[in-house]
Design a protein. Sequence first.
Length: 119
Amino acid sequence: QVQLVESGGGLVQAGGSLRLSCVASGNGADISAMGWYRQAPGTERDLVAAANSGGRLNYADSVKGRFTISRDNAKNMVYLQMNSLKPEDTAVYYCVAVCPNGLGSDEYWGQGTQVTVSS
């Protein structure tokens, strides 16, 4: 089992910045990828950004050029630097970790952190 705890959400004005952090803890399972999803009310949970253990980064088109994901593998942490925030970025942001299990992989999710961007 892997436990994920997010922090860094809050209320910010449009054009502002926030930095989300997520730390993974548990039984020492290898984590192959970590990332961030978000879910606004009445919508599906969508990928924001992801980083695999090889350093490959993936971003949703809507956040390219504004958000930056980074990982500290030694600390089992992932960060999301969010700049030039827009009201449409308002959502609950979830951290996810993907761990190989021999047959495939398991996904572990954090409890989510609210990000609210006011216009």
